[in-house]
Design a protein around this ligand. Structure first.
Ligand code: ASP
Length: 332
């Protein structure tokens, strides 16, 4: 960042924190302690599966490791958890029974890589990193992504696992109408998005999911889309998203959060403004859950969601990984 714009950013941040108590007295708005407490290194990630993922990331981050390595290692832990039904190889399939995985990664140099609609590979996040590091492309999808992963030597894994296949068969019996709009709820949506700042102040992020359970075949959500599911600008900060991907894509959600931070807003306020943008673009937000988490260049963090119930895991050098309830716009 040029010195001048750095000063501008710093001054606006300071102004934003001074103004906070007066200007942000919305009913559900709560300034979490961590939002006001700059730290380095720090890692945050979406939902309670983030607690264990943060601990994995910390093995690197806490030992002078790079944010990029930490965010890959952290979410790999979640991707290989066979009990997790919304991320990785234990995830639920589309309505035709295929588990299709989406992931992306972005580093402090604005390098990025992504895979979408990837089947039968254990660690989509590492394939996304390989796309970033070994090709001239940003995103590979479907059959091409799988061939690339196999050529690179990534571990294969047969999906869906037995229990998931059984659940899908039951679901199929009750949902014969193939054009029926799938319902979105706590059970069928969750992604792990992770953001880290390392001791050198460099920021990276990762995002990985099995997507919307029982989605239409071919559907890809926000999670592998740079700017929607994840965005990092090392001069400003990073953000990632979870929830209904279609709504997040419509506002280029994570990029929008980072741009709000660039304007001087705190991470939590930037997430709130992006959520409000989503709400303003939809005539009916009933059941439309979306949440963002964000980290800025000082290591301050925040999160915000449309509905209550969204939380994220936080870890720094002083505390064990802890779960923070994100502030929200409305109650279910
Ligand atoms: N955002 C993901 C998707 O739409 C799912 C989720 O986070 O719940 O695929």
């Amino acid at each position: 960042m040029k010195r001048r714009s750095f000063f501008k950013f710093g001054m606006l941040s300071a102004l934003a924190s001074i103004l906070k108590p007066q200007s942000l007295m919305g009913m559900n708005y709560a300034v979490s302690k961590v939002d006001l407490d700059p730290q380095k290194p720090v890692v945050i990630s979406t939902w309670s599966h983030g607690l264990a993922a943060n601990e994995e990331a910390w093995k690197l981050l806490g030992n002078s490791g790079k944010a990029l390595d930490a965010v890959e290692a952290g979410v790999r832990h979640t991707e290989s958890d066979l009990t997790n039904r919304s991320v990785g190889i234990g995830g639920r399939p589309d309505r035709e029974g295929h588990v299709t995985l989406d992931a992306c990664i972005m580093d402090d140099q604005s390098r990025c890589g992504a895979v979408a609609y990837l089947e039968g590979i254990k660690h989509p996040i590492s394939v996304a990193r390989a796309v970033m590091e070994r090709t001239q492309h940003v995103m590979l999808v479907g059959r091409g992504a799988k061939s690339f992963a196999i050529d690179c030597g990534f571990e294969k894994f047969k999906t869906p696992i037995k229990e998931v296949k059984q659940d899908w068969k039951e679901w199929k019996k009750e949902h014969k109408d193939e054009f029926e709009k799938p319902e979105i709820n706590h059970e069928n949506h969750d992604t792990i998005g992770m953001l880290a700042i390392d001791e050198n102040g460099n920021i990276s992020g990762s995002c990985t999911t099995s997507g919307w359970a029982y989605k239409l075949a071919g559907r890809v959500g926000d999670s592998p889309i740079i700017g929607a599911g994840l965005f990092v600008d090392n001069e400003v900060g990073g953000a990632c998203a979870t929830g209904m991907g279609e709504a997040i894509i419509r506002i280029a959600g994570s990029h929008t959060v980072v741009e709000f931070m660039r304007q001087g807003h705190s991470p939590e306020m930037a997430c709130k403004l992006a959520v409000e943008r989503i709400i303003s673009k939809h005539s009916d937000v009933k059941g439309l859950q979306c949440g963002f988490i964000a980290i800025n260049k000082n290591g301050q963090v925040g999160g915000y969601s449309v509905y209550n119930g969204f939380n994220y895991a936080y870890k720094n050098s002083k505390e064990n990984s802890q779960l923070i309830d994100a502030a929200f716009d409305r109650k279910w």
